[in-house]
Design a protein around this ligand. Structure first.
Ligand SMILES: [Zn+2]
Length: 244
């Protein structure tokens, strides 16, 4: 057993479609039960960098199934989690213009503002995932700033509290995008597949995508040398497979 490292888990949708953004609800429940049984510290995102051996849980896009499938399980275990919301698409579907057609991403409903508000009241952290889910590096400086600022204000007005965490759509975070995010947010997460390291950039925190951890063995291997070897392998494969 090597020294336990901290990591941030990324989930998107909890459904049984088998798509690259989907984790079956039963698998999610089992994973959370395992974390609880093992006594793995599950901490809010803003504490992950200073809690060795801890896990932070994040959900991208704000799917409605977060509210129905994930939230009750999180509440039951008293696990904190952060869900990243796409401001302009709340109450709609994940059919933003940048959605790639070649990855067979299912069209799924997103939480309404009322569900976002109820999630916040139930203890979920609410983070920002832009207004329209664009590739941020493709935007002009003005449009980039607008995507960040507009969505942050919109979410803050709805939930009545500060929103200081951000997730880059598609992990698209070159230096100028990170700098812009830093004007509005304290922490930002990427799709770089890795454990946290001492000195990880607060505006470019790596995460481990639940897609790669669906099997019981690999999820439990998060804290073993076996798991580390597996994640290295997946990083190698990552180059040939673009995630969402
Ligand atoms: Zn997204």
């Amino acid at each position: 057993m090597t020294r336990r490292r901290s990591c941030i888990l990324t989930y998107h949708s909890l459904d049984d479609s088998g798509s690259v953004i989907s984790t079956p609800p039963a698998v999610f429940r089992e994973q959370m039960e395992w974390l609880a049984t093992e006594g793995v510290p599950v901490v809010p995102l803003d504490r992950i960098r200073d809690t060795p051996g801890a896990i932070a849980i994040t959900f991208d896009d704000g799917f409605r199934n977060f509210f129905h499938e994930a939230l009750p399980v999180l509440v039951e275990h008293r696990f904190p989690a952060t869900v990243f919301i796409v401001g302009e698409f709340c109450g709609g579907c994940n059919d933003w213009p940048s959605q790639p057609s070649e990855h067979h991403i299912p069209k799924l409903e997103l939480m309404s503002w009322q569900e976002v508000e109820q999630s916040a009241k139930a203890g979920a952290g609410i983070g920002c995932h832009t207004a329209t889910h664009p590739f941020l590096s493709s935007l002009s400086p003005v449009a980039l700033d607008n995507e960040l600022h507009r969505s942050q204000s919109q979410i803050e007005q709805r939930i009545g509290r500060a929103v200081d965490t951000f997730a880059y759509p598609y992990g698209d975070a070159p230096p100028h995008v990170r700098k812009a995010a830093g004007r509005y947010f304290r922490l930002a997460v990427s799709t770089t597949l890795d454990f946290l390291k001492p000195g990880s950039d607060a505006l470019n925190l790596p995460r481990l995508d639940a897609y790669y951890l669906r099997s019981r063995l690999w999820f439990r291997g998060l804290y073993t040398g076996y798991g580390t070897a597996y994640m290295s392998l997946r990083r190698g494969l990552r180059g040939v497979r673009q995630m969402v």
